[in-house]
Design a protein around this ligand. Structure first.
Ligand code: COA
Length: 332
């Protein structure tokens, strides 16, 4: 064990979204909604939907392959794989183990961590700490979701919000101090668990004919309450991590928020007093992809040159649990 503090940096990122696009107008042909209602309340225009056979591990593996290429690393360089998902291929084995096999990674510790839409920020801190310990060199972290498999396509209050996709990053050490993943703040409040959850399919309500009839295997949400909690905890996490690091919001060059709802992000922008142009947004194209939302946006932001050397970037998320978290990055 080597306890020398070292920087942990992003070596490469990748993302994958299914080709099939479902627009708001497509949805309006199956449930009582409209493009105007969805767009004005959420900022979403369309989302991607995986094919019937495509799984969370398939999408995760595709995103991870692109991250490996960007990092110029091989499968054999990876010694840790962590996946964040609420839509694993199956309850077990872990989606991380399934991705491992798909990519031919033979010498790695693999696990899933579930923190819903905050999942990617959570696994980033876990992987960064494990690398900092000196025991692990290169972590592959993936957020991947096939939310279309747990949506009630007859419930207009939820099905219009979400989509499928995956994003990945390779994390590794750098001896230069003071760059990369500078700091994290994470939080949870289980007392708020009933605002967003899926009651069926676990040990509380295993799959039975009754549980299926009662539609327990679909996501349930109290949208208004989630909205208010989201604004509160995202602002709190952002303020906390800035204070911890002696930074002002204005010093952030780029903010990558969980892409759930444009109205939530606009409120965050006004409360932090950071202009909307600094926020990286793609929810118009993908909707809310839960644990995949931040890594897809991170990959797009990096590839489009939004994170220049020396820039501070803030990742900030909230999700079911309730969970929330923020990560502060400084591009090397
Ligand atoms: N199309 C048309 N009408 C809809 C609709 C849809 N897709 N969904 C709901 N409505 C209706 C409701 O039935 C309600 O009608 P009523 O007044 O006749 O009862 C009306 O629109 C207003 O519903 P309400 O839920 O109060 O709307 P809202 O302004 O709060 O917006 C959300 C709903 C879901 C867009 C908003 O609450 C939200 O984004 N919450 C956060 C959700 C989220 O981010 N979840 C993921 C967390 S990781």
């Amino acid at each position: 064990m080597n306890d020398t503090p070292r920087s942990v940096v992003i070596k490469g990122t990748g993302s994958y979204t299914p080709a099939n696009i479902k627009t708001n107008n497509d949805l309006a042909s199956t449930v009582d909604t409209s493009d105007e209602w969805i767009f004005t309340r959420t900022g979403i225009k369309e989302r991607r939907i995986a094919s019937e056979k495509e799984t969370a591990s398939d999408m995760g593996a595709s995103a991870a392959q692109r991250a490996l290429e960007a990092a110029k690393l091989e499968a054999s360089d990876i010694d840790l794989v962590i996946v964040a998902t609420i839509t694993p291929d199956m309850p077990f084995p872990s989606t991380a183990c399934l991705v491992q096999t798909k990519l031919g990674i033979t010498n790695a510790v693999c696990m899933d961590i579930e923190a819903a839409c905050s999942g990617f920020v959570y696994i980033m801190e876990v992987a960064a700490s494990m690398i900092r310990s000196g025991r692990y060199q290169h972590a592959l972290i993936i957020g991947t979701e096939k939310l279309s498999s747990i949506l009630d396509w007859e419930d207009r209050t939820t099905c219009v919000l979400f989509g499928d996709g995956a994003g990945a990053a390779i994390l590794g050490p750098l001896e230069t101090p003071g760059v990369g993943l500078l700091d994290f703040t994470l939080g949870s409040d289980g007392a708020q668990g009933d605002v967003l959850y899926m009651p069926g399919g676990g040990s509380a309500n295993p799959a039975t004919a009754d549980s299926l009839n009662d539609r327990l295997h679909f996501l349930k949400m109290r949208g208004r309450e989630v909205f208010k909690l989201a604004v509160k905890v995202m602002e709190q996490a952002a303020q906390e991590i800035l204070e911890q690091n002696g930074l002002e919001p204005d010093q952030l060059s780029c903010l990558i928020p969980h892409q759930a709802n444009l109205r939530i992000i606009e409120l965050l922008s006004s409360r932090l007093n950071v202009p909307m142009e600094r926020f990286y947004l793609n929810l118009e194209k993908y909707g809310n992809t839960s644990a995949a939302s931040i890594p897809i946006a991170l990959d797009e932001a990096i590839r489009s040159g939004r994170m220049a050397s020396g820039d501070y970037t803030l990742l900030v998320a909230f999700g079911a649990g309730l969970t929330w978290g923020a990560a502060l990055l400084k591009t090397p």
